[in-house]
Design a protein around this ligand. Structure first.
Ligand SMILES: [Zn+2]
Length: 224
C-alpha cells in the first residue's frame, strides 16, 4: 500500500463487495468470503458492520468528539465532560474508543467489525458493546466461533486490551497477512504528513506527541 492508501486518503486498494455489502482490500475479499462460508455452514452469518473507512470519515468523528458534539465515555463507560479537559486529555479520551485519522486499521480494508446477521432482527440497533459479544449477548455464539476458527482463514483480533492502547473490541477482526505489512509500512513519518495536511482539531498537540501515539495505538497490537 502507498502512503495515501495506508492513511485512508485513497481507495485504490479497495473493492466494493455486493454480498455481504462491504468494502475490503482487494486481497482480503476472498479470505473473508471463505471464512463466511465456513461460518454459514456452522449456523452463523458474519457480516461486516463496518469495513473500509476513509480518512475524511475518521476526521469527522475525531473533530466532533474533540469539539464535544459527540458524547465521549471513559474506560468504564461513564460520560466525560469534554470542555473540562485540556487538548492533550481530550486526545487521550478520544483514543480510548476511536482512532486517530490516518491511523485507523479500517483505512487498510483489512479490518472489519463483524456481527452475526442471523442472531438479531434486521432492525436491531447494533451497538458494538462487549456485552453483545459476551455470554448471553446476541453475538456470543459468533464470537466463540471466531475465537476458534478465524485464524484458519488468516484473521485475528488486534484489540484485546493487553498490549494495544485501544479498549478490547471483540468484534474487530483483521486479515493478518496484509494488515501486518501495512502496520509496518505506516511509519510515524507517513502518519505525520497525513495529519499535518488535515484540518484536525488538536493538531499541534497530536503532532508533538506523535511518536508516543504511534507506538501505543499503531505499533502495539495484541496477538492470540
Ligand atoms: Zn473496528
Amino acid at each position: 500500500m502507498n502512503p495515501d492508501e495506508l492513511t485512508g486518503q485513497a481507495r485504490t486498494h479497495i473493492a466494493d463487495v455486493p454480498l455481504p455489502r462491504c468494502a475490503l482490500h482487494v486481497h482480503a475479499v476472498a479470505p473473508f468470503l471463505a471464512l463466511r462460508r465456513a461460518a454459514l455452514a456452522d449456523g452463523f452469518d458474519p457480516i461486516p458492520h463496518s469495513s473500509f473507512r476513509d480518512f475524511s470519515r475518521q476526521l469527522g468523528i475525531w473533530n466532533a468528539k474533540f469539539r464535544g458534539d459527540r458524547p465521549m465515555l471513559d474506560a468504564s463507560g461513564r460520560l466525560i465532560e469534554v470542555h473540562a479537559l485540556t487538548p492533550s486529555q481530550r486526545i487521550d479520551a478520544i483514543l480510548l474508543w476511536s482512532a486517530l485519522p490516518g491511523a485507523s486499521r479500517h483505512h487498510w480494508g483489512t479490518d472489519i467489525d463483524v456481527i452475526d446477521a442471523r442472531a438479531t432482527a434486521p432492525d436491531y440497533p447494533v451497538k458494538l458493546t462487549p456485552e453483545e459479544f459476551a455470554p448471553g449477548g446476541p453475538y456470543a455464539g459468533l464470537a466463540q466461533w471466531l475465537e476458534v476458527n478465524a485464524a484458519r482463514f488468516g484473521f485475528f483480533r488486534p484489540f484485546r486490551g493487553i498490549l494495544s492502547g485501544v479498549q478490547p473490541e471483540p468484534w474487530h477482526f483483521s486479515f493478518a497477512p496484509l494488515a501486518e505489512k501495512a502496520r509496518r509500512e505506516l511509519a510515524p513519518a507517513v502518519l505525520y504528513r497525513a495529519i499535518e495536511a488535515a484540518p484536525l482539531l488538536g493538531k499541534e498537540t497530536v503532532l508533538s506527541r506523535l511518536d508516543e501515539l504511534h507506538a501505543r495505538y499503531v505499533a502495539s497490537i495484541d496477538w492470540p
